[in-house]
Design a protein around this ligand. Structure first.
Ligand code: TYD
Length: 390
């Protein structure tokens, strides 16, 4: 399936940047062996993750709470007296900081210099690196085997997935656990959240695909848990084959995926049609509102919205600006569509008639704190699970 020419999801540019914008053809395919949904072509990692990487994990209160709960759950599973915890793609340390604070030996790994700097400022032992078998060997030389390896919204970013699986298997102690969470393909298909498809998401996983991929490295899933994050994610718990008993949740989701026909090509043909219908409905709604002379502003300059805006052909003629709390995005414009990104206070200074909830994954948090927008007569527009004015 092709989504056409696409800029980088996090490729926010200074508004006076006149250089040619990097774009690639965003096409997807499903692996006939492991049923992993994936990008056909992907920009190089250095283009996507660099010293000005615009994504900081610690921006949402609900996400902070989510990662605290993640920490508490993992901690309950640790039986070793002196555990060593590693997080792949630790970003600014939103998860691993809890292990650090509690005196647990830990190591964060992240390839982006600016987020590593922030993690170090947060007191986290961090190395600036992509994860690979080579990194795993380096860690083994300098430290020891890890009892817990964690990752959140990271593994789906790494094209060398088989090497990653081997590296993790090599680094994981005999009774260790590898726990990670990622946007879930089942949610993408059910809610038509094709905005989960962008350059950084090489893969969208299912329980079937994770099981197949990690089986090759001697690891198996013993538990899965569905999460609300990122519009629907799955947390996968893995261990060396045979070291844990496999819990009911694994069979439950494998069955559910069979029922959804997630390994059948027809499912993806239907998905393609649904994406096209969604696009026309969304564009139609925004154009009609603008014809009435009403103002539309966006809320949350997410990476996901890059796909929506570019695929639907929505630009600064329809959306005045996007309000966002991330300072590094202020004064920049959205990739490919040049919609200005402004500090959040500009939203509340002069409420628009409509605000599109691009950060719909934080809907509860945002709508709670923006009650005054509704009181001013403003209305939210969402496009998940369907295009509608709330
Ligand atoms: P995020 O959920 O990380 O989505 P993606 O992975 O697609 O980038 O991004 C949320 C964005 O929304 C981020 O730029 C911060 C912004 N945001 C706000 O502006 N206000 C808020 O209250 C919240 C929770 C997020």
């Amino acid at each position: 399936m092709s989504f056409g020419s696409m800029p980088l999801g996090n490729g926010f540019r200074h508004n006076d940047d006149k250089s040619e914008e990097f774009c690639y053809l965003m096409e997807t395919a499903v692996c006939s062996e492991c049923s992993t949904f994936q990008l056909v072509d992907q920009p190089s990692p250095n283009q996507m993750f660099h010293g000005e990487y615009a994504f900081f994990s610690g921006t949402s209160e609900r996400m902070k709470q989510h990662f605290l709960e993640f920490y508490n759950q993992v901690k309950k599973e640790i039986s070793q007296t002196d555990p060593f915890v590693i997080e792949i793609g630790c970003n600014d340390g939103i998860l691993i900081k809890h292990f650090a604070k509690n005196g647990i030996q830990h190591l964060g790994i992240d390839p982006s210099a600016n987020v590593v700097k922030r993690a170090k400022e947060n007191g986290i032992n961090t190395i600036e690196s992509f994860f690979s078998t080579k990194t795993a060997n380096h860690i083994l030389e300098k430290y020891r085997k890890s009892d817990v390896i964690l990752a959140a919204n990271v593994i789906c970013h790494i094209p060398t997935i088989n090497d990653i699986a081997l590296g993790i298997s090599h680094l994981l102690s005999k009774n260790g656990i590898f726990v990670f969470e990622e946007p879930y393909l089942g949610d993408v298909l059910e809610k038509i959240t094709y905005d989960q498809i962008y350059d950084e998401h090489t893969f969208l996983f299912s329980v079937h695909s994770i099981s197949e991929i990690f089986k090759r490295a001697g690891l198996e899933i013993f538990r899965v848990e569905h999460q609300w994050t990122h519009g629907g994610s799955m947390r996968y718990w893995l261990s060396h084959k045979g070291s844990r008993s496999i819990e009911e949740s694994v069979g439950y989701f494998l069955n559910k995926e069979d029922q959804l026909a997630m390994n059948k090509i027809e499912t993806y043909k239907t998905f393609k049609k649904s994406c096209e219908n969604h696009k026309y409905k969304f564009l139609d709604l925004l154009q009609n509102i603008r014809k009435e002379g009403k103002r539309i502003v966006g809320y949350g300059a997410t990476s996901k919205s890059t796909t929506i805006l570019n695929y639907c052909g929505i630009g600064n003629d329809l959306i005045e600006f996007i309000a966002d709390t991330t300072p590094i995005k202020h004064g920049k414009v959205t990739p490919g569509t040049a919609i200005p990104i402004r500090p959040h206070k500009e939203f509340s200074m002069d409420y628009p008639d409509y605000a599109i909830l691009f950060a719909y994954n934080h809907a509860t948090e945002i709508m709670n704190k923006e009650e005054d927008f509704i009181k001013s007569g403003g209305k939210w527009i969402t496009y998940v699970p369907e295009v509608q004015i709330l």
